[in-house]
Design a protein around this ligand. Sequence first.
Ligand code: NAP
Length: 475
Amino acid sequence: MFINGEWIEARSGATFEVTNPATGEVIGVVPDGAGEDATAAIDAAHGAFRDWSRTTAHERSRLLYRAWELMTERSEQLAELMTREQGKPLKAARAEVKYAADFLIWFAEEAKRISGDWLPSPRPDQRFLSVKAPVGVVAAITPWNYPISMLTRKMGPALAAGCTLVLKPAEATPLCARASYEVFIDAGVPAGVINLVTASDPRPVGEVFTGDSRVAKLTFTGSTAVGRQLAAKSAANLQRISVELGGHAPFIVFPDADPVHAAKGAAALKFLNAGQACISPNRLYVPRQHLQAFTDTLCTRVSRLQTGNGLEEGIGVGPLINDAAVAKVETQVEDARAKGAQVPVGGRRITQGLHAHGHFYEPTVLTGVTAEMNIYREETFGPVAPVIPYDDPDEVIALANDTHYGLAAYVYTRDIGTAMRAFEDLRFGIIGINDVNPTSASVPFGGMGDSGIGREGGHEGIAEYQETKTGGFVI
Ligand code: NAP
């Protein structure tokens, strides 16, 4: 763990092992922190806040710029570590490191754009000034599925704004967090400004983060269930919160779209990170007249995907993170099958040969999916593409919106009017129109409804770490 500028063991001396989800091999051992370690991390962040918040925006920008340079220089080592620890194929890991580094340079630039307003008063002897101040100590909790970019998406804006922070990464991916911290440390971040607590049981750390009144803000990315619990606890302390949560993205093919082109997009998008993405499409709505063409193309593409250890050449789909994740996918597919879905491709756990010690599930296509099936409402987080036929294009937006989640949605159409109406009517925070990658460090990322509160990235990303301060001056 990294507390007050030093790499240290847990106070208890406990440790836990980190395993490669493709092979079951132990690839590292890290300190197993608890509440007392989280408190020590907050002590350090609190102690460092005064000096860090008084640095100039240019100093903070230079540090983030240096961190961007170092992350870029180390991208190959970081990508390999990510594949071994989290499982995604090396090509996807390289893309994630690039995306992670993009947040550093974006917020290096945003740091210098922090400004305020000089405002009029009705009184001739009075002037108003309104400025942005850092919120204070930030507690961050991150998931395993994007183990480096989810850190930089929080650390970039927090540091740019002048906040100090404590971070608890997911139990499955502490090595990526450690390597990311080394980037910031080598870039010259002062002691106490960033602190890292690793833990196998997240609950005591979460209790301290949400219960310590010195923490001004909680930023969490993970499941809706955990985000809801933590937000409730933070509310008792009036901490500011950002919670980036789960999703259940619709992918709508309109009748005027090319079904083959749309199916290629769906095949590319759905199996990224083995389907373990909050913006992964979970409901593919296809008009009945295009069902055959769409499904044929999707099945051809999916049956060509090779599943295995992401360090090997040609692998398109890696392992799931653990056995519970495979079991969840298995249960959803069995439920759909029992309720009448067909499984033209995949549909089984892979346990033989080289796959014997990893957590693998075949890339799968389900057809004839209906609203009665669990997969229609539950986030899958696995390599399963559920195809849902529809008849009436006027009703498909209502079907797509029929979810408590509101993170991402995708639309395929060649008609500008249909595109604009869909963009306006879909109740989601991120919408891809003929676009399977509608994300970038330069745009806001976040959801509506049960997908969370707050936005990361873009101009809004830094605002989540700032308070507005108003000054009245009598002259
Ligand atoms: P998770 O189980 O909610 O865990 C997320 C983080 O919270 C991990 O660090 C976890 O630690 C920690 N945690 C769990 N229970 C906690 C508690 N009681 N107190 C404090 N911390 C606690 O989610 P996940 O399985 O890692 O991630 C997958 C979920 O994240 C999906 O629902 C996905 O959609 C969502 N996600 C959302 C976004 C977005 O931007 N909206 C991005 C990526 C992922 P442990 O690892 O030790 O359990």
